[in-house]
Write a protein that binds this ligand. Structure first.
Ligand SMILES: Nc1ncnc2c1ncn2[C@@H]1O[C@H](COP(=O)(O)OP(=O)(O)OP(=O)(O)O)[C@@H](O)[C@H]1O
Length: 967
């Protein structure tokens, strides 16, 4: 090789050294100094793994002083090169001797890397192309964001998540019945919003007792790492930022934490969240002129934060007004008049009837057509009706379109989702066991005396007292009173527990004191160890108690819970519930049963109610069971009946010994319950149900996602990726693989892979049963980080292969060129919906003919052989001119293909976004649920998207030079 002092060369094997300079020569050896790292290397003059670096006209080079020069001419003086051209910063003509080139040179363009001899292994080139292809496919899939969670594919949940997760700043109330998976739905919505870039900052506000459960669910089911903010964490974060909430993107905190401190609330409201999630939103009480503090703080946040999800299974627990007020938090334009809201609720029947007609596979009568036209008044639906009534292909689609129009235009369907067990199916039975027990004389006396003493108390106060005779007794007896010694419920409970030793039993009572006293009695008298769970315990102790109860080995047989303590918790591994007393409110009763009656419950639920005769509890048990059927079925009418018979009910509870008219009262309640229920079933609930569970479409969605599970292309890709990143893989039985970092990792810390390694599976069922295994999908951080790692760097961007094919002359050259068409735009525009970075593959010969359509990538790749780097560099040098020529011939072809792609994306974006906008504007005329800001956002989104697509461009992302040989 002709070496001259001052020439620039690069090492083929250690490209990280940067650009080297020839600093010494003798007859056999040459010394290169690499100024960027200060290292010297000695090479043999003939046959060393180094490549001469000479740039070409059109390239931009950087001087050691940092300024850049666009090369116009290259002059060679006795083996030393000078670059002549224009300085980019000053536009002055300049000359730059190669010795003065910046030594930190990185070759990022694939063609530069090729000429610098930086050849990648063939499998890396293939991985890069596949990564590009998969990434662009993933962006286009409508189910993106819904595949990666470790959950069963339950259609009604997927339907809600799919609908809400894709909205701009969704503001909805998720009100599925207890235990149907609202937390999971919220998680899926958050996941989609984050993945699509619609949200970056998410705040979750929950009751203190549920903080850890949420933290764990978000991590184990969605790989979302939230930070829990309590007083201590807040104080710590104050050191790091003026606004401590700016220190994390995903935060969980308790409602109490938010409520307690005004200044903190201000900071929280200022922290620019995209999405607020409030669990157990029935705690937000509101009444005219007297909103609760809890309601006010959430209102303050909801005014600032664009997206809001409220979750509650019992939206009417605190009455219709509070329910209305929560809807108003979501959309104050729509929900401004309570009276009107109540009236509307009663008028959903015609809408529900119309939807039901469309769902049935029968002809639509003239009357029904007229009714439909009235309901969708502002738009000509005649053609749709004709198709819906015909026999042709579009019939089903037309019916679905009409249903969508109805749902969109009427009711609360865009803001409120509620699935019920009736609609979801597959839930076990609930069976009530009433255990009637005699009222002990001690209680009789205490109740009598208290009746005399409480003459001045209101009936309501007396009724509340009467619910808990043990407390009345205890008050009279003071600390020496030991009600548990004679209360027959205690004796019964001990008998029940000892005769069901192998069963986990959840015992709920209203007061923490009762739970604590029962714990002591069970332990001391029968040696039964029970975990206790109540609001007086620290959070850690509560979680510990729940974990002890859940543990299969050595776990507690019993969990003794107070009312509020168990809200939102998951105890579906148990199927026996003892209600030591009954709550005063039908929704609280539902919350209690909901601890066991949840997704995942495999057995029928045994509800045991031991009660004392002639007490308020004996009245309540009849009222709930005979009047409302609230034990064995969920009771949607509970709150309304309760509000209308409140006075009478209080009367019976306050004086349980007086049962005159009780039978008739209970019968009247049952009548009211039946009438209301059928009204709801035909009207509001049916409409909500139809909207919320998604029907056949939701099932199709679940099927589509499950087809992607265990996707063979994903498995192959992932294993290849791990190989190339340098992650050790060890197969275990049962579809499990153990990954550990190796000593030769592509990057020292691969994001998502713990230092000690991790176990993974591609199998959803396995992931659900083995919580310790990571569930790998296209959406898992390991895969997403892996794609980013490959595509954001040079890995695989330049390769050389041999094609052994005697049918072609030796030395035939082909170039496989991977261009990427892409648009730069802020993430929130979600341009990737229309134009994700899209690879275009060209396979070009010397004449410029593109053979890509005839020669498919994978089969071609299998025919190719590797070349070692050193020989490769020599080969590249020999054909440099040809390579330049082929690139020039390919360029206009790539440009034309890219333009076509961009034009198609622009047309698609314009059509879709204009249609969305028109639909929303049409809806606004009839359905005040549509908010003005939603329309404004869509409008500006459309114009920004189109502008960004206009600026889209393309570039060469990777190339492979292919040389034909016969050996
Ligand atoms: N798709 C699913 N796959 C697996 N488990 C699920 C799924 N959906 C829900 N679950 C489980 O069912 C239980 C109930 O779900 P979740 O806590 O989300 O219900 P919820 O509606 O929020 O209940 P509550 O009204 O009590 O707050 C939880 O244990 C949850 O992990």
């Amino acid at each position: 090789m002709p070496f001259t002092l001052g020439q620039r060369w690069i090492s083929d094997t250690e490209s990280e050294l940067g650009l080297g300079t020839v600093v010494a020569l003798d007859t056999r050896m040459v010394t290169l100094l690499f100024p960027a790292t200060g290292e010297n290397r000695l090479y043999a003059r003939n046959d060393s793994p180094i490549t001469r670096v000479i740039f070409n006209p059109g390239d931009t080079v950087t001087s050691h002083e940092g300024w850049q020069l666009e090369v116009v001419e290259v002059r060679n003086d006795n083996g030393l090169v000078t670059y002549i051209g224009t300085r980019l910063d000053t536009q002055e003509p300049v000359e730059l001797r190669e010795v003065l080139l910046d030594s930190k040179l990185v070759f990022s363009k694939p063609q530069d890397r090729l000429f610098a001899g930086q050849l990648d292994r063939m499998d890396r080139f293939a991985l890069r192309f596949r990564a590009r292809r998969y990434q662009s496919e993933q962006y286009r899939l409508p189910i993106s964001g819904l595949r990666g969670m470790r959950t069963n594919l339950i259609p009604h949940q997927l339907h809600i998540a799919h609908d809400v997760g894709r909205r701009h700043a969704p503001r909805v109330l998720l009100a599925d019945e207890v235990g149907l998976g609202k937390t999971i739905e919220a998680g899926m919505i958050i996941h989609q919003q984050l993945l699509a870039g619609r949200a970056d900052r998410v705040l979750i506000v929950v009751p203190e007792t549920l903080q850890h459960q949420w933290l764990v669910e978000m991590l184990r089911r969605f790989n979302l790492r939230f930070s829990l903010f309590d007083d201590a964490r807040y104080a710590e974060a104050q050191h790091d930022s003026d606004n401590p909430f700016d220190t994390e993107q995903l935060i969980i905190c308790s409602l109490d934490f938010v409520r307690r401190n005004k200044q903190r609330l201000e900071l929280l409201a200022d922290a620019e969240w995209d999405l607020l999630v409030v669990d157990e939103a029935h705690h937000l009480a509101w009444s005219e002129g007297e909103p609760s503090r809890e309601y006010q703080v959430i209102e303050q946040l909801a005014e600032q934060i664009p997206g809001v999800l409220l979750l509650t299974a019992t939206p009417e627990q605190l009455g219709m007004e509070s329910h209305f007020a929560r809807l108003r938090l979501l959309d104050s334009d729509r929900f401004h008049d309570f009276e009107q809201f109540v009236a509307e609720q009663q008028n959903y029947r015609p809408v529900a009837d119309a939807v039901a007609t469309l769902l049935e596979d029968k002809a639509i009568s003239n009357d029904e057509m007229n009714a439909l036209s009235d309901l969708i008044g502002e738009q000509d639906i005649e053609p749709l009706l004709q198709t819906a009534n015909g026999k042709g292909e579009g019939k089903q689609a037309a019916r679905e379109e009409l249903i969508r129009m109805l749902m969109d235009r009427h009711g609360t369907s865009r803001v409120l989702f509620r699935n019920t067990r009736n609609g979801v199916k597959g839930f076990p039975q609930r069976v009530l066991h009433q255990i009637r027990l005699p009222l002990p004389t001690q209680y009789q006396t205490a109740i009598k005396v208290s009746g005399i003493m409480a003459a001045r108390k209101s009936a309501e106060e007396r009724a509340h007292d009467m619910l808990y005779p043990e407390q009345i007794y205890q008050e009279f007896e003071g600390d020496s009173g030991t009600w548990w010694n004679f209360d027959p419920r205690v004796e019964w409970l001990m008998g029940y527990l000892t005769s069901n030793r192998d069963e986990k039993v959840l015992v709920i009572c209203a007061k923490a004191a009762t739970a604590l006293q029962l714990e002591q009695v069970l332990r001391e008298r029968e040696g039964i160890h029970a975990a206790v769970f109540h609001e007086g315990l620290s959070l850690i102790d509560r979680d510990r108690a729940a974990a002890w109860f859940a543990s299969e080995e050595d776990g507690a047989q019993v969990l003794l819970c107070s009312e509020i303590g168990s809200e939102g918790r998951n105890f579906q591994f148990a199927n026996r519930l003892v209600m030591f007393d009954l709550p005063f409110n039908p929704d609280l009763l539902e919350q209690r049963i909901g601890r066991l009656d949840r997704i995942g419950q495999a057995r029928d639920i045994e509800i045991m109610v031991p009660y004392l005769e002639k007490t308020a509890q004996s009245v309540l048990v009849r009222w709930y069971h005979e009047g409302l059927d609230a034990f064995e079925h969920t009771c949607p009418t509970g709150r309304t009946v309760y509000d209308s018979v409140h006075e009478q009910l209080i009367g019976y509870l306050a004086a349980p010994e007086n049962s005159e008219g009780l039978d008739e009262f209970i019968q009247a309640c049952r009548k009211q319950h039946n009438a209301l229920r059928s009204q709801l079933e035909q009207g509001r609930d049916r409409l909500l149900e139809l909207n919320s569970n998604g029907g056949a479409k939701a099932e199709a969605l679940a099927d589509e996602i499950s087809l992607q599970d265990n996707h063979i292309e994903l498995v192959n890709f992932a294993l290849n990726l791990f190989d190339i990143v340098g992650i050790n893989q060890e197969d275990r039985s049962d579809n499990l693989i153990v990954l550990t970092p190796s000593d030769h990792m592509l990057v020292p810390d691969f994001p998502g892979l713990p230092e000690e390694g991790c176990t993974i599976t591609f199998d959803r069922a396995q992931a659900l049963s083995r919580e310790d295994a990571q569930y790998i999908t296209w959406e898992h951080p390991i895969i997403r980080n892996g794609l980013d790692l490959i595509l954001s760097g040079d890995t695989g961007s330049c390769a050389l292969s041999l094609l052994k094919n005697k049918a072609l002359p030796v030395g035939t050259l082909l170039m496989e060129l991977i261009y990427v068409v892409e648009a730069q735009a802020p993430k929130h525009l979600q341009l990737t919906r229309f134009l994700p970075p899209t690879p275009m593959r060209l396979l070009v010969d010397r004449k410029g003919t593109n053979l890509a359509d005839k020669v498919e990538f994978e089969s071609f790749n299998r025919q190719l052989n590797a070349v070692n780097r050193h020989n490769g560099s020599k080969l590249v040098n020999a054909v440099q001119q040809d390579v330049h020529a082929i690139l020039q011939l390919a360029e206009p072809q790539a440009a034309e293909a890219a333009r076509k792609l961009i034009d198609a994306a622009r047309v698609e974006a314009d059509e879709k976004l204009s249609a969305e906008l028109e639909r929303l504007q049409a809806l606004k005329a009839v359905n005040p649920n549509i908010r003005e800001d939603e329309i404004a956002a869509l409008e500006s989104n459309r114009s920004e998207v189109l502008a960004s697509l206009n600026d889209a461009g393309w570039r060469l992302d990777a190339l492979r030079l292919i040389v034909v040989s016969h050996q």
